[in-house]
Design a protein around this ligand. Sequence first.
Ligand SMILES: Cc1cc2nc3c(=O)[nH]c(=O)nc-3n(C[C@H](O)[C@H](O)[C@H](O)COP(=O)(O)OP(=O)(O)OC[C@H]3O[C@@H](n4cnc5c(N)ncnc54)[C@H](O)[C@@H]3O)c2cc1C
Ligand code: SF4
Length: 807
Amino acid sequence: MREKLVLIGNGMAGIRTIEEVLKNDPDRFDIIVFGEEPHPNYNRIMLSSVLQGDASVDDIVLNSYEWYAENQITLHTGDAVKKVDTKKQVVYSEKGIVQSYDKLIMATGSNPFMLPLPGADKEGVIAFRNIKDCETMIETSKNYKKAVVIGGGLLGLEAARGLLNLNMEVDVIHIADFLMERQLDEPASNMLKEELEAQGMRFHLKKNTEQIIGRDRVEEVRFTDGSSLKTDLVVMAVGIKPNIELGKKSGLKTERAILVNDYMQTSAENVYAVGECAEHRGIAYGLVAPLYEQGKVLAAHLCSADAASEPGYKGSIVYTQLKVSGVDVFSAGVFQDNEKTKAIRVHDEFEGIYKKVVVQDNKVVGAVLFGDTGDSPRLLNMMRSGEDISQMSKVAILPSESSSDSKVSPVVAMADGETICGCNGVSKGEICTAITDLGLQSVEQVKQCTNAGRSCGGCKPLVADLLELTTGEEVGNVKEPMCGCTEYTHEEVVAEIRELGLSHPREVMNVLGWESDEGCSKCRPAINYYLQMVDPIKNADDPSSRFVNERVHANINHNGTFTVVPRMYGGVTNADQLRKIADVADKYSVPLLKVTGGQRIDLFGVEKEDLPKVWSDLGMRSGSAYAKALRTVKTCVGEQFCRFGTQDSIGLGIELEKKFEYINTPHKVKMAVSACPRNCAESGIKDFGVVGVEGAWELYVGGNGGVDLRGGDLFCKVKTKEEIIVTISAFLQYYREHARYLERTSHFVERVGLDHMKQVVLEDVEGRNALIERLEIALSTGKDPWKEIVENEEKQKEYQKTHVTMS
Ligand SMILES: Cc1cc2nc3c(=O)[nH]c(=O)nc-3n(C[C@H](O)[C@H](O)[C@H](O)COP(=O)(O)OP(=O)(O)OC[C@H]3O[C@@H](n4cnc5c(N)ncnc54)[C@H](O)[C@@H]3O)c2cc1C
Ligand code: SF4
């Protein structure tokens, strides 16, 4: 029987340890993971990118629910472990799960440190640690204007940049004399301040916050010098403290964090700790590179036949980089001068470049780089190797502006053993070998195969340089494969499906020589979509290639229950439908009914095995709220009741929704119809938005109201409903045929260009008719998936609980 390995904390260090365990010995353990947050494992570092609008929450997921299922890991999300009995070897979760273990890993991370100020508990006072904080900031920016960030360190500045991107006015309060004083010396910090002020941030240095004022919500921040600032949001980014409550309660020895030895063993037998909650040789690290090194050591120890002979963890050199676009800052090791150190400095005020290398006993012990961080890998390696520099010329240690002016990448001079990706500890040699041996052609492929660039992403330019160096091709011109399983791009896969008449995902993978037998969660759904798009009549859907929501035809929730959203065309309902929904809610004890932003009703918390019965009792069609298909057509009241409306927005909305429901699309599609320019249906931020104007309709395309907020582009103005339907049909089919799977219309329109879309949809009449004809064929195959299941007892048997329990 396999041993039971339980992980508490579904974060970066814990899951990296599990990845390493799976690499070492995939069959050794039954793995059970508890995570307090309602998400699969995500890249916390990239929260700054989500806030700054460079990535979506989906983009930062490191391991999807499918990954857990594929590796037979039982995952309980949204359920914190509240107690560990280290004698009986059992953990107890908040939701009542009692789980025994043979080996236990604590990876509970850190909690943000909240200043204990009067008023700190008011609404609008938050930290910056998780997806929820990020979402709160994004939501707040929609209704409020002013933000105060307390803390001028790395995290505070990244939060401040994100809030600026969200169009808020941002004041940063910092207690020290200069910003990032734990990473930068004063000259570098002053340059940083100037740069960030130019970007719109306002700084208040040497300020001590005294009180947060407001009725329920924060309204003002008051300082000890008597001054104050009005604000709608306070983000505290003043530090973190290891999350050791559970460890302490479980009787583990703790100081600042849970004490561990070189194998990450705690004071209790079979209990280990990794990550920010662990303290090794007096240090609790707060950056991923050391935590990943710990994870590797722990995994080797857990899987080894002779654990004591495995090399232990000896500690790490840390370095940091600020992730704010347009500002290059790097800091490592000892960066302040003292009586034992000497420094080599370059300060180019014209170019805004500052470099300082700190030397002690003829060894590089630290560095600060501002404006040009290209030397950072080389300097880090000198620090790590402890190289004696007494015989080196100082120019070689820190090339001056003139000598570093050439366009030659720093990777050229690096030795094979030197590290390119510090977070994941990947060397130049490993990357070059992977590029050559596996024929890699893109940064994404290098990331998949070597882990380089999978964390903060700071090394991606170096990886791109290495690719160019090794393959001799310019990376911009190098094609981007669909995923790590293949060298084919999305477009090439579609072309091959057409050319070779392929009809099943497995056939595509076999014929095109996929690297893995099963494909992955990226390529399988894409291939399945392309097959049906190319030939909707002949090529059947492969449910096993779909994401869980689409397999089950309902939205999965963090606790493993599902949300059912019945179809309500145009957002219109009636007493009969409402009665049915109410009856179903009573009968199946639906815990939450909620009206959606798209004017439909959510029934939250339905058990998987109840789904077919719920659908049958509702007797309504599937609302596709889970699908890559037309979700909703939102409508305003229009001529029926509104005193401004001159057009029938509801009638048109219903017609559009009936026309385009159940058609597969590369990503979800939303539409809206407003009957006048007041635009109550928010047509400007939909994939297709229709706005009534005097005697005509304006059609907007490529809008998006999500994280990547984008106003739709005015596509055309038409007189009749028929013209609208024709235009949307042709546009939709062109999008279906030419977009890459999971590309929203907003990105697609930006990629191919609005003029191009106008040309193929509006100007080329013959082409448009052909597009519409192909769309009609696809539409003819659309079926209500709930009806199919309600009418088929065999299919109903599949409605058992998923392996990913997410209690
Ligand atoms: C905005 C931001 C930017 C950052 N940028 C960088 C950067 O550029 N470079 C860098 O190296 N590092 C960066 N970091 C730090 C890095 O994210 C952390 O060092 C790393 O995530 C720590 O990993 P961990 O697994 O120890 O903790 P976490 O990733 O925090 O995971 C711990 C998990 O345990 C869960 N948990 C806690 N208690 C329980 C319980 N009782 N039961 C179940 N689950 C529990 C928590 O909910 C959490 O999800 C950044 C952090 C933030 C917040
Ligand atoms: S968009 Fe115009 S017509 Fe429609 S509800 Fe608003 S004001 Fe009335």
